[in-house]
Design a protein around this ligand. Structure first.
Ligand SMILES: [Zn+2]
Length: 447
């Protein structure tokens, strides 16, 4: 029995002492092999025993069919000459973890591929504990990586994203060539970006050819100083994002107007309250309300790329098109025209398309779009340079959206290191391994 358990749970360097059933869980008493015990969890050196914990500690292991399984062991503390008094390391789990190594690897694989609710339901753990698991798994993968992750990085994108309703910031760096995340850290500004540049060797910094970022000038000056060979260009993703924001602004304005018109068309009655019983809504008021609802419902169809629209979303856009003189539809057309600039085959074509767009946008009489036009005009050369260097919008958008989704997933985590762990596992080229399997199959590449 003990041999079967040791095999099923892949316990190495471990002695299985006892097995019992408690409630619907299987509890397995274990201890490390003599020469694998009493080791410092940080440096792995064999140390003197300090004391032994009075009660056993337990680790959640992979489920045995339908029952949960725990390993139990009374840990000792060791005195390491370098690291002080610490709980000894055990062969089946990582330092400070309450789960076995296999269990953590499995949860990390789930977190990379599933939604938060699916992970918690499958693994029967709280979502915030997944954060700690991601951090530990990522730290180990990063330490085991043989080649330097910044080697051969030529084109990078720097971005700052806010989360927790703008209370916290995260600086992320993506590699445009590989289309993946390479660095993430809490906070924003010069100090944080310097942390990233400090991690690069002199050769790696000199090897960087292109840096994309949003409009911030300080990034430009810092990059110029520390990466002498880099060309600074505008990030296409941000330019399109400005237009998305403007489009949403126009939609909200139109919705307010339509809502007010619908309300005014309702028959007036004395005093506040709902319409009286038996009172009919006049057909023109109903029609106006439908218009208002249609504008409200078109929100996601507007910002989605036309090639990804669902049939229902396409219908909504078409109904918008039919209404004569729709400001919202004009703004949408301008958004698509701006996106087309980044799909241009050459710098000349991009410059021509951008000039045409600037002209159209300047005369469209839609205030939010005109504001974007002014911003774009100031950075015209940087935008054309991005197209010339082949930094398209597609890949950048794909990785940015993935980062956004992941940041949203990590909302419930206790600290930012947990979030960074999840981000790196999901968006970088670092892959957690399913326990006992060679490697996770490669995921479909972002377009
Ligand atoms: Zn030590």
């Amino acid at each position: 029995m003990n041999r079967i358990l040791r095999y099923a749970l892949a316990l190495t360097h471990t002695v299985v002492g006892s097995v019992r059933i408690e409630g619907d869980a299987v509890i397995i008493g274990v201890r490390p092999w003599k020469r694998h015990g009493l080791r410092c969890p940080v440096c792995g050196r064999r140390c003197e025993c300090y004391d032994r914990s009075p009660s056993p500690r337990s680790w959640r292991a992979m489920d045995l069919a339908r029952s949960m399984c725990f390993l139990e062991y009374r840990t000792r503390r060791v005195v390491c000459p370098d690291h002080g008094v610490l709980v000894e390391s055990v062969p089946w789990a990582r330092h400070k973890a309450r789960f076995t190594r296999d269990f953590e690897d499995w949860v990390a694989c789930l977190a990379v591929r599933c939604t938060a609710s699916a992970v918690t339901e499958l693994a029967r753990i709280e979502w915030h504990t997944v954060g700690g698991i991601c951090e530990r798994v990522y730290a180990e993968l990063e330490a085991a990586r043989r080649c330097d992750r910044f080697d051969g990085v030529r084109r990078i994108g720097i971005d700052e994203t806010s989360y927790k309703k703008g209370h916290k910031y995260l600086t992320v760096v993506v590699d445009h060539n590989r289309g993946c995340l390479i660095w993430a850290h809490e906070g924003y500004g010069k100090a944080v970006l310097n942390l990233f540049l400090d991690e690069l060797t002199r050769e790696q910094r000199r090897g960087i050819e292109v840096v994309t970022a949003d409009g911030a000038r300080w990034i430009r000056s810092l990059v110029k100083r520390r990466c002498p060979n880099a060309k600074w260009v505008m990030d296409p993703f941000h330019v399109v994002q400005w237009m998305h924001d403007a489009l949403d602004g126009v939609r909200r304005e139109e919705w307010q107007v339509a809502k007010k018109a619908a309300r005014d068309a309702m028959p007036k009655h004395d005093g506040p309250g709902r319409p009286r019983k038996g009172e009919e809504t006049p057909p023109e008021a109903r029609a106006l309300k439908e218009v208002a609802d249609a504008i409200k419902g078109v929100r996601f169809a507007l910002v989605k790329n036309p090639e990804n629209l669902t049939v229902a979303q396409r219908d909504k856009l078409d109904s918008l098109k039919k209404r004569a003189g729709s400001r919202l539809f004009r703004a949408w057309e301008l958004k698509e025209d701006l996106r087309a600039v980044f799909k241009a085959g050459s710098a000349e074509e991009a410059a021509r398309l951008l000039d045409a767009w600037l002209h159209d946008a300047a005369y469209c009489k839609i205030k939010p779009v005109v504001d974007v036009e002014k911003k774009v005009r100031r950075r015209k050369d940087d935008i054309v340079a991005a197209v010339e260097l082949g930094i398209g919008n597609g890949r950048v958008e794909a990785i940015n959206n993935k980062i956004k989704v992941t940041v949203k997933m990590g909302y419930g985590f206790r600290n930012t290191d947990n979030l960074v762990g999840l981000l790196m596992l999901r968006c970088s080229d670092c892959r957690p391994r399913l326990p006992g399997r060679p490697e996770m199959p490669a995921r479909k590449k972002a377009a």
